[in-house]
Design a protein around this ligand. Structure first.
Ligand SMILES: NC(=O)c1ccc[n+]([C@@H]2O[C@H](COP(=O)([O-])OP(=O)(O)OC[C@H]3O[C@@H](n4cnc5c(N)ncnc54)[C@H](OP(=O)(O)O)[C@@H]3O)[C@@H](O)[C@H]2O)c1
Length: 299
């Protein structure tokens, strides 16, 4: 538990949950609202956002606060705009849950010349975390070291990707939806390792998890094969991975576990290619390069 002299105890803690309009993100946002936090949720689809907002609000304590923002995270200028909107709502972020994402049923090019799976699942959390870093650092400034967290929702699907496709990271050629998804989820783990390395001295801890097979809106965005696979197999309720996300976000004992990977309230060993520190650093540099290319300089 936070210590008695923890100044963050005297203020409402703030969590940003991306993809809070549905499934795992919505269950996570509801859990934080039940704990009385200031919850900032993001979503894309207007109707799902409105429904989720009502459900999260209903789950919250009397003192919980909820703000729901919308943006398409396959577009980097939208991610940056949402980050600015978050900055207008709070000056401190204690926890960032990078959850928004999923698989697609084909190649979708974005207005910025990217591919939507890689953009949404990897580049968006990379950029959002970068933009929110000042708010995370401010929260870390009045919190015991290790309690400010960035949690990535990855997937065991990363094991199916032998390594990053450096010659065509944004998958302009030979696109296959499942391969694109697995590469993006490997990227989540490499990114978490490198983020941990870069933030270790700032009192901010980066952790990653995989939710398992979960009954959500996930399959509806995938192709027929994905939909059939999900329909034929037993799925956990979104509340199950949400419990693990809340644990990763709040348990003081996990402050020393930066860069690690978890499932169902326990640490797991990811695939060896997710542990490669040179690849992790290379992904960071390549991601910066792609973002420099697609974004106007920040004003
Ligand atoms: N379900 C599983 O079995 C499973 C397994 C492994 C990993 N995961 C991961 O778990 C995370 C959550 O998925 P879920 O199962 O909860 O699926 P979900 O019910 O489809 O929820 C995904 C959330 O991400 C949002 N999102 C997706 N693409 C977006 C975009 N381009 N811009 C903005 N928001 C976007 C969705 O918004 P909309 O409501 O607008 O669609 C929704 O809020 C994902 O990262 C997924 O890859 C899921």
């Amino acid at each position: 538990m936070p210590q008695a002299d923890d100044p963050s105890e005297s203020r409402q803690r703030c969590v940003v949950v991306t993809g809070a309009s549905s499934g795992i993100g919505k269950a996570t946002a509801m859990a934080f609202a039940r704990m009385g936090w200031h919850v900032i949720g993001t979503g894309r689809d207007r109707k799902r956002c409105e429904e989720a907002e009502a459900d999260i609000r209903a789950a919250g304590t009397a003192t919980a606060r909820l703000d729901m923002l919308r943006g398409d995270f396959s577009e980097m200028h939208e991610v940056r705009r949402v980050a600015r909107d978050i900055g207008a709502l709070t000056d401190k972020v204690d926890v960032l849950v990078n959850n928004a994402g999923g698989v697609r049923d084909g190649f979708y090019g974005t207005s910025e010349g990217l591919e939507a799976t890689f953009a949404t699942n990897h580049l968006a959390p990379f950029l959002l975390t970068r933009e929110l870093l000042p708010l995370l650092e401010r929260a870390a400034g009045d919190t015991p070291p290790g309690l400010v967290r960035v949690v990535a929702v990855s997937s065991s699907g990363h094991r199916a990707c032998a390594g990053m496709r450096w010659y065509d990271l944004v998958m302009k050629t030979a696109f296959e939806p499942g391969a694109a998804y697995c590469q993006a989820k490997l990227a989540n783990l490499l990114y978490t390792r490198e983020l941990h390395r870069r933030l270790i001295d700032k009192g901010i801890v980066a952790l990653a998890m995989h939710p398992g097979r979960v009954g959500s809106n996930f399959a509806s965005h995938g192709d027929q094969g994905m939909q059939a696979y999900m329909a034929a197999n037993e799925c956990a309720a979104p509340e199950q991975p949400a419990r693990t996300i809340v644990w990763l976000a709040t348990d003081p004992e996990l402050g020393g576990k930066g860069g690690c990977y978890f499932h169902d309230l326990a640490e797991e060993q990811p695939a060896p290619q997710a542990l490669d520190e040179l690849q992790a650093e290379k992904l960071w540099i390549e991601s910066e390069r792609i973002l420099d290319r697609v974004l106007e300089p920040a004003t």
